[in-house]
Design a protein around this ligand. Structure first.
Ligand SMILES: Cc1cc2nc3c(=O)[nH]c(=O)nc-3n(C[C@H](O)[C@H](O)[C@H](O)COP(=O)(O)OP(=O)(O)OC[C@H]3O[C@@H](n4cnc5c(N)ncnc54)[C@H](O)[C@@H]3O)c2cc1C
Length: 417
């Protein structure tokens, strides 16, 4: 990437999307300040399941969801939760979100996801190259465990979508699974091995390592809460923060689930919500999995990380400000005890975070319709760790007006959904 005139650029939000954008801009010779209200990896990028999910082309909103969701909400053994007091605020979003639970929308969404995700492991390798953070990247398969073959067959809709999207996978019976990884022996009746995936062995430490390199190369990381943009005649003059105004040539907004606060000011038509997710982590576990594992019946992921076994999942609608709930953690613990009754460990750590969920399951990536010098990259749902580096690479080109031979219209901020 080359651009002739170095610019002063402020990137707001130091999750995986923000740090990726900042590093690619820095490599292009620009002066970059990365602002975060808490510091690097304070949001969803810290606690996710760590899967580089290059084949995750199926959104949550699949045909049949409308019939299933209400029953799931009343069953504490299902991974869908709602803070009922939040429902009135949620209804307008839900209306638009559930509109996409049909085959045509899924096909369109999967194309947008494929463009973003298909080369996720390579994008991470390119991002981390020479930073020291390479040590956290592990090229691995992504395994799916089913109770039996019948359960796999009843999930054919998603596998047909993946197949059309070019995802390469191999079906396995119980014996194959046990030979693939002794830790899977006897746990599932059927499975699927997805190739060309990967994992980050500690997402929080990975981002901190990338951030350290960004600072070592002259970048600035600043802890401030951004509250507004000062826009005049289609130009952003400054941003307002907890410590006053800051001025740059160009601004990039990568604030994940918190980005909705500025939608109206920035001309964004895509509704955004937090899909709260949880993890429990078994410290010093007796089991190390060869590859990340999706436990399909419970819709949660189990992944081995440095010295820990992380189990992540659950969708809870409850907004950005409500405290974590107990029921999702209880469910994850119960499911793990059932799946790995032989697991031993020193202690369990717990976490809740906010997936940035747009109403049509595709992120917002591109320029603000209201200010030519504000660019945005947020709304990556369940796949932001995977798609963050590529989003950052695209944003780094857009922000300096460099040519980008990619059709980003699926991610436009003012798309009609
Ligand atoms: C349980 C769970 C499991 C997941 N598993 C996976 C997975 O296996 N693979 C995958 O690809 N994805 C996964 N995801 C999704 C992924 O974690 C997110 O999509 C991704 O981390 C979003 O990154 P981000 O940089 O957009 O946002 P974040 O990481 O949330 O970063 C946003 C940053 O903006 C900052 N910020 C917010 N407001 C302001 C403000 N006003 N001023 C300054 N700073 C501000 C925050 O402090 C935060 O640091 C999972 C998510 C969850 C919750």
């Amino acid at each position: 990437m080359e651009s002739s005139i170095p610019k002063n650029i402020i990137v707001i939000g130091a999750g995986i999307v923000g740090i990726s954008t900042a590093l690619w801009l820095q490599r292009d010779g620009h002066s970059v300040t990365l602002i975060d209200k808490e510091g690097p990896a304070a949001g969803a990028s810290f606690g996710n399941a760590g899967v580089l999910a290059s084949g995750s082309l199926v959104p949550v909103t699949v045909p049949g969801l409308l019939g299933k969701a209400p029953k799931m909400l009343f069953n504490p053994n299902q991974p869908l939760f709602l803070k009922w007091t939040y429902l009135p605020k949620l209804i307008p979003f839900l209306f638009k979100y559930l509109k996409h639970a049909n085959a045509n929308s899924v096909e369109r969404i999967s194309k947008g996801l494929s463009q973003l995700l298909h080369d996720a492991p390579d994008q991470h390798l390119a991002l981390a190259n020479g930073t020291g953070a390479e040590e956290y990247i592990d090229l691995a398969d992504y395994m799916f465990g089913y109770i039996n073959e019948e359960a796999f067959m009843s999930d054919h809709f998603g596998w047909d979508v993946r197949k059309r999207g070019g995802v390469s996978f191999v079906k396995m019976n119980a014996k194959d699974l046990g030979e693939y990884d002794v830790n899977l022996k006897g746990r599932f009746g059927f499975g699927v091995q997805c190739k060309n995936h990967g994992r980050i062995k500690d997402p929080g430490a990975y981002i901190l390592s990338l951030s350290k390199q960004f600072v070592a190369n002259g970048g600035t990381i600043s802890i401030k809460d951004v509250s507004n943009f000062e826009i005049e005649d289609g130009h952003c003059k400054s941003i307002i923060t907890s410590e006053g105004k800051f001025v740059a040539d160009t601004y990039v907004l990568t604030t994940g689930a918190w980005s909705g606060a500025w939608a109206d000011a920035l001309g964004v038509t895509v509704p955004l919500e937090s899909e709260r997710g949880y993890h429990i982590e078994f410290v010093n576990p007796s089991i190390t999995l060869r590859s990340p594992l999706m436990v399909v019946a419970g819709k949660f992921v189990v992944n081995s990380m440095n010295g820990r076994l992380r189990c992540a999942g659950v969708i809870e609608f409850g907004g950005l400000n409500n405290p974590p709930a107990k029921a999702p953690i209880k469910l994850l613990k119960k499911q793990m005890a059932e799946l790995f009754p032989d697991l031993t460990y020193d202690r369990i750590d717990e976490w809740m975070g906010h997936r940035p969920a747009t109403a049509d399951s595709l992120p917002v990536i591109g320029v603000s319709p209201n200010a030519y010098n504000i660019f945005m990259g947020y709304g990556h749902h369940h796949v932001g760790l995977s798609g963050g580096p590529k989003t950052g690479r695209w944003l780094a080109k857009l922000a300096v007006g460099a040519p980008l031979n990619v059709d980003l219209s699926a991610y436009a901020a003012d798309r009609q959904i």
